[in-house]
Ligand binder design. Structure first.
Ligand SMILES: C[S@@+](CC[C@H](N)C(=O)[O-])C[C@H]1O[C@@H](n2cnc3c(N)ncnc32)[C@H](O)[C@@H]1O
Length: 508
């Protein structure tokens, strides 16, 4: 069953020498082909339309009298908007480069018109302007969304989620497993001395190489599957947005999303293989989908991958889809809406999921840290609500809090003078006019923006903690105030306080 609409355009980026890449970078930088400038040129409405794959507002914005024919407008029309441009405009925007880019398969020339065959996008963070080379976004303006099996995805919503999840502390060695267009490597190169990036798709490796050289970020690119290209090596940070789609692994494979392994086996192999590739204290951060097996708790299934590796792990399930919704999402992603094979593919996929006992699919992330402590901490939770972005700093903070807690006996904990996080607020629920609330919920405005139902003692304790009194003193005072036995509070509350500290409600 082959649904791929196209073959990828032939690409030979080796034909672009270092001098030509330097020339291309100079041309892009010279006309300020950056995220800010392109966004400024397009304006917010056209930018939003382009995010919805509609180019007309952008074509109008770049054809306005004041900007039409400027190199920045030309490059924006050529790449993000995928419009044919006049050869003369192309030459002015990319002096001396149209011929070499045509030879390398990045542009095509037909008479007086030049078109993009490969995308070159401005990309950046607060401190950097970079460029990303990838395949053209399919489906603009309602055109055919189907892509070739070796399609190299550009910066997607998942790329951004992973980039925001990743820890950004300086490290020696970082690994970008399944690099695609090389977007994660750009971020990693900003805080890692050495970046290794892997992929099984030669086209992706070629794009990632161009991304890295255009952005002048050194990346060691390697061909190979999962952990094989880094056998015997360890890293301080591994980030991966692997091909995690849960499918029968039969028929056509879109390599950017299908691992070729059934179910969530690719994610399981990544997660179980990670500990051997981490330095002590090193992190592996994985974006993933996982199976909810019939009659099985998803947390037990995913937790089962994590118990033997000697890693602390924090797993967050952000969304759950039933099989039909899941299959529809990925069939649409493959451009099969309205295609004659929609129904047969849908049916075959559902049949496979049913036979494999898949009741639903969970989507989220796993963060593992190689722990040196005897008792690794495993935190697995559902949190489908809005979180603060980037969430990476909260992951790092969780790791630090777990470290502090693991070195602290209950006696030392009770002697601590903790401080409530500045972002904590309390909500109470109850019947109108009732003297006491029926429920007390604490909320944090930062990090994963948690909510936690607490009892009166815990709420009062969090309220009182301003670093003045030790926890033991606070508990004793609350026992007297609320009519409890102080010994009981001292015995019962350390566990609850540990939870509050781990989640960042209280700290030092
Ligand atoms: C979803 S894309 C992620 C690309 C990029 N890292 C990002 O964050 O946008 C997954 C990438 O994994 C690659 N891939 C597929 N199977 C792989 C495997 N077995 N081992 C390593 N990489 C693989 C694909 O070619 C693709 O580039």
């Amino acid at each position: 069953m082959n649904c791929a609409a196209r073959r990828s355009s032939p690409l030979d980026l080796d034909l672009l020498g270092a001098a030509e890449v330097d020339q291309l970078r100079a041309a892009l930088a010279g006309v300020d082909y950056t995220v800010d400038a392109v966004t400024g040129l397009l304006g917010s409405e056209a930018q939003a339309a382009l995010m919805r794959d509609a180019t007309v507002p952008g074509l109008r914005a770049t054809d306005a009298e004041q900007v039409a024919g400027t190199p920045l407008a030309t490059l924006t029309r050529l790449w993000p908007l995928q419009a044919p441009i006049a050869a003369g405009d192309a030459e002015r925007a990319l002096p001396g480069l149209v011929g070499p880019l045509v030879a390398a398969g990045m542009l095509s020339r037909d008479g007086d018109l030049v078109r993009a065959l490969v995308d070159v996008r401005p990309y950046g963070d607060d401190d950097h302007d970079w460029w990303v080379a990838c395949d053209l976004t399919p489906g603009l303006d309602g055109s055919d969304r189907r892509v070739a099996s070796d399609h190299v995805l550009g910066v997607s919503a998942a790329s951004t989620t992973l980039a925001q999840l990743a820890l950004r502390t300086p490290v020696d060695r970082a690994l970008d497993l399944g690099t695609g267009c090389g977007v994660q490597s750009l971020h990693l190169a900003a805080h890692a001395d050495t970046v290794v990036a892997t992929d099984v798709n030669p086209r992706a490796l070629a794009m990632a190489r161009l991304t890295a050289s255009l952005s002048q970020q050194p990346v060691d690119l390697r061909d190979g599957s999962l952990w094989q290209p880094v056998a015997g090596e360890t890293y301080d940070l591994v980030v991966t947005n692997p091909p995690f789609v849960i499918s029968p692994a039969t028929g056509e494979r879109l390599v950017y999303r299908d691992s070729g392994l059934p179910g969530d086996e690719a994610v399981r192999r990544i997660v179980t293989g990670a500990p051997a590739h981490l330095t002590p204290g090193g992190w592996c951060q994985v974006l993933a989908n996982w199976v909810h097996g019939r009659g099985q708790s998803w947390a037990e299934r995913v937790g089962g991958w994590l118990t033997d590796g000697g890693c602390d792990a924090w797993v967050v399930q952000r969304e759950v889809l039933d099989p039909a919704a899941y299959v529809e999402m990925w069939l649409a992603d493959a451009g099969l809406v309205g295609h004659p094979q929609w129904s047969s593919r849908y049916d075959a996929w559902l049949t496979w999921l049913d036979a494999a006992g898949v009741e639903a699919v969970g989507m989220g992330w796993l963060c593992l840290r190689r722990a040196d402590g005897a008792d690794p901490v495993l935190r697995i939770e559902d949190w489908p609500y809005g979180i603060e972005q980037p969430v990476g700093p909260e992951v790092a903070a969780w790791g630090s809090r777990v470290d502090v807690l693991s070195g602290l006996g209950d006696g030392e904990l009770l002697a601590s003078r903790l401080v409530r996080a500045a972002d904590v607020v309390q909500e109470t629920y109850g019947a109108p006019g009732a003297a006491d609330p029926a429920r007390i919920v604490l909320r944090r405005g930062r990090g994963v923006r948690r909510a936690r139902e607490v009892d009166t003692v815990a709420a009062a304790l969090v309220g009182v903690c301003d670093g003045e009194l030790s926890l033991a003193q606070v508990l004793d005072a609350l026992a007297e105030l609320l009519g409890h036995d102080p010994a009981v509070l001292r015995a019962d509350y350390p566990e609850i306080i540990r939870g509050l500290v781990e989640e960042g409600w209280l700290g030092w």
